[in-house]
Design a protein around this ligand. Structure first.
Ligand code: ADP
Ligand code: MG
Length: 727
């Protein structure tokens, strides 16, 4: 029998989570249903044995044989080499780490069952670190699921957790059966059966149909997932349509210019201004801020910039909140579009906020926007985490009183303490670098229940068709043209062995008065390693270039130090900037004409393109050197080579995005763009276009006719994330 504790008053501290439990959390596997929907990445066939005579290179095979030879080789890397003979051939098993007990299990004469990937090579058939156990024993009766996992979470633990999840979760159907028949899924089992099948397919299921997700059970799950995504976006769209935002137009009253401070003044001026298109119209005698900014800019807008300005202005004149993504290649001139949008807002008597993901980027925006807007009499406030308390207080007061018409800063802008007096437009630069929660927080800075308009900017474009079908809830404006006079950047892919030549080239550039970026990769697993790499490169370049100022910038430097380094580089006193963090390199230094990216093979394609976009901003011919290293391997992986080739062949962000899509597949592509959390795990917006079309059509029907099923469906698939998707 249990005895109740005598003193229940003091809560015992929560039991610390075990390693695997923590890992489950990190993977977002909190609820039973999350585990049930954690579907296998692939399957292993442990239902049969194959003969070495029949295996092919690259295939994962399960073999039984006898150990003929076993030795620990000491020269070079210590390794255990085991020769297995199955009567039809032999295979070499290599282990780089092993315990004495394993060595014993792999002793000569022992009959073994091993499973691993077959590799060729001059030593004949080889397996690296195969799984092994004693030969004999029953074979599996179903394909074995292999789940996406992470360090500290063994497959066996995860399998048990998934089993438990499957047993506990409510797996009842949420899609009315009639609608499933539209995509030919009606004869298929219900959701529960489909799920069980995906976790434990019977051996008669074709491995290929399971792995390429063409099997009807996969189709069903993909349809479910797409429906959840469409439902949540449609819901968000409907909620937003019911919200009210300030109408940002000027009212003309004879000669005087009044301000439409009242959000309920919806008629007249809005229509009038909208019809005039680009600039918000006022009477001719008093040009708008927008017009005045245009008149003072040192350049003409490109046609694409003019078009997106019109789209944005049109939205700002509506009484529903704008929810627009402005996409344009690096260097396409998004900042000036943001500034022009800000003037529309300020002219109407409201406040605008511009948030950037890093302090360096925010600083740069501040400098640029002040230079454009201060001459027009606009007050700009500045907010960052590193700011002195006194300055901060002053800024907060300016913002709360409404005197600050534009506020520029980092995440500091969304903190609770920041009270806007009349925020009407929030602009987020490099939006993919913000968490969704942060985007929501900015929207939540409501004034009199009025939602601010939201403009998100990104330099990682999404191909247009993809954006249209995927984002049910977002309007997209695209700058598809670079300002004139840019010289194309020449990109060279160079083996790291030729680093010396690159340093020579740097020397020549410096003599010509040019500046150089040198970027070292961010190694996610090990920030320390990451740093060593950059520090070494910094030391090496400093030694190779005597008398040249070489700076170092990395994520763990104090902000003040970062700022000092950046200002030396921006000011032209520093010739070379070695940087670890991709994040900090969102800068505009037109005199920089050479970008060297070390270990370019480790970067994603869009990252590479972003980085390259830091040069080629002035009139000088610019170049990008992609240094690669194959490490111990004889050559780069196929995808790494394709990425580097795409970089060498194209300078166009949209073309790069298209190639990226080709190399990675859309699921992964969209995922990487959604601030970390992939929104679609199984479906693929291009390959499953038919399912997407179906989900788009069904979503409004579900919301109207089956609201409780719709709610259950969204909750099941998106859980707490459902709220986030609305940002
Ligand atoms: P991004 O879209 O990458 O944010 P920026 O806004 O930083 O690009 O613009 C890149 C550079 O091009 C800046 O120096 C900016 O002043 C300049 N620029 C923007 N629009 C034009 C234009 N229409 N003509 C010439 N230069 C422009
Ligand atoms: Mg920018």
């Amino acid at each position: 029998m249990l005895t109740l504790p005598v003193k229940p008053a003091v809560a015992s501290p929560p039991k610390p989570l075990s390693g695997p439990q923590k890992a489950l959390r990190k993977l977002g596997l909190n609820r039973a249903i999350d585990l049930a929907l954690h579907l296998p990445l692939r399957y292993e066939d442990e239902t049969r044995l194959v003969k070495l005579r029949d295996v092919r290179e690259g295939e994962v095979a399960q073999i039984e044989g006898t150990v003929r030879h076993s030795e620990v080789k000491l020269g070079g890397t210590r390794q255990l080499l085991v020769t297995l003979d199955d009567g039809t051939g032999t295979c070499l098993l290599r282990f780089f780490t092993f315990y004495p007990s394993q060595q014993k299990a792999l002793a000569v004469g022992n009959p073994l069952r091993v499973r691993g990937e077959i590799r060729g090579g001059f030593a004949g058939l080889t397996m690296m670190h195969p799984a092994f156990k004693a030969a004999g024993g029953a074979l599996a009766t179903a394909l074995t699921p292999v789940y996406p996992t992470m360090a500290g979470l063994p497959q066996a633990y995860l399998r048990r957790a998934v089993d438990a999840g499957l047993a506990r979760a409510d797996l009842s159907d949420t899609i009315p059966p009639d609608y499933l028949s539209q995509i030919g899924l009606q004869p298929l089992w219900n959701m529960r059966e489909a799920l069980l099948f995906l976790h434990y397919p019977t051996p008669d299921a074709t491995l290929s149909a399971m792995e390429d997700h063409s099997h009807p059970a996969w189709q069903r799950l993909k349809a479910e997932e797409l429906l959840a995504q469409q439902l949540s976006q449609l819901q968000a769209k409907r909620e937003r349509a019911a919200l009210r935002a300030p109408v940002l137009g000027r009212v003309t009253l004879g000669d005087a210019v009044a301000i439409s401070a009242q959000p309920w003044e919806l008629s007249g001026p809005a229509d009038h201004a909208a019809s005039s298109g680009f600039a918000v119209s006022a009477d001719a005698a008093t040009p708008t801020l927008h017009e005045r900014l245009l008149a003072t800019l040192p350049f003409q807008l490109t046609a694409a910039q003019r078009r997106v300005c019109e789209e944005i202005t049109h939205d700002l004149l509506q009484n529903v909140p704008m929810h627009r993504l402005l996409q344009g290649d690096v260097g396409s001139g998004k900042t000036v579009v943001a500034a022009l949008a800000a003037t529309v807002c300020i002219d109407a008597g409201w406040q605008c906020a511009l948030m950037a993901p890093t302090e360096i980027l925010a600083t740069q925006h501040f400098a640029k926007l002040v230079s454009w807007l201060a001459p027009l009499g606009i007050t700009v406030a500045w907010l960052t985490g590193s700011q002195k308390a006194k300055e901060r207080r002053e800024m907060l007061a300016l913002i709360a009183s409404g005197q600050a018409q534009l506020v520029i800063g980092t995440h500091a802008i969304i903190q609770d303490k920041v009270q806007f007096s009349r925020l009407a437009l929030a602009i987020i630069d490099e939006q993919h670098r913000f968490g969704v929660a942060q985007r929501l927080a900015l929207r939540g800075k409501l004034v009199d229940a009025l939602e601010p308009h939201l403009l998100m900017m990104t330099a990682t474009p999404i191909p247009r068709t993809l954006a249209m079908s995927y984002y049910a809830d977002l309007d997209v404006s695209t700058i598809d043209e670079l300002p004139p006079g840019r010289t194309p950047i020449i990109t060279k892919v160079v083996n790291d062995a030729r680093r010396g030549e690159v340093v020579e080239r740097i020397r020549v550039q410096i003599e010509d008065g040019r500046q150089i970026y040198w970027v070292c990769p961010l190694i996610e697993e090990s920030e320390a390693l990451d740093l060593t790499n950059a520090t070494e490169t910094h030391a090496q370049l400093s030694a190779a270039l005597p008398g040249v100022r070489v700076g170092l910038l990395h994520s763990r430097m104090p902000v003040a130090e970062k700022r000092a380094v950046m200002s030396l580089f921006t000011g032209g006193q520093m010739a070379v900037l070695v940087s670890t963090t991709v994040i900090e390199v969102g800068v505009d230094v037109p005199n920089a004409s050479l970008m060297v990216i070390e270990h370019a093979e480790r970067f994603g394609l869009s990252q590479l393109h972003q980085l390259r976009g830091r040069v080629g901003r002035g009139a000088a011919a610019s170049a990008c050197v992609l240094l690669y290293s194959t490490g111990d391997a004889p050559r780069l992986s196929e995808t790494a080579r394709e990425r580097l080739r795409a970089m060498a062949e194209s300078n166009d962000g949209f073309e790069i995005a298209r190639r990226d899509l080709e190399i990675r597949g859309p699921g992964e592509f969209m995922g990487a763009r959604q601030s970390g959390a992939a929104l679609l795990r199984f479906a693929d917006v291009v390959l499953d276009a038919n399912l997407l079309a179906w989900a788009r059509e069904l979503a409004p029907v579900m919301l109207d006719r089956y609201p409780s099923l719709a709610e259950k469906h969204v909750l099941r698939w998106l859980g707490a994330k459902a709220e986030y998707l609305k940002a």
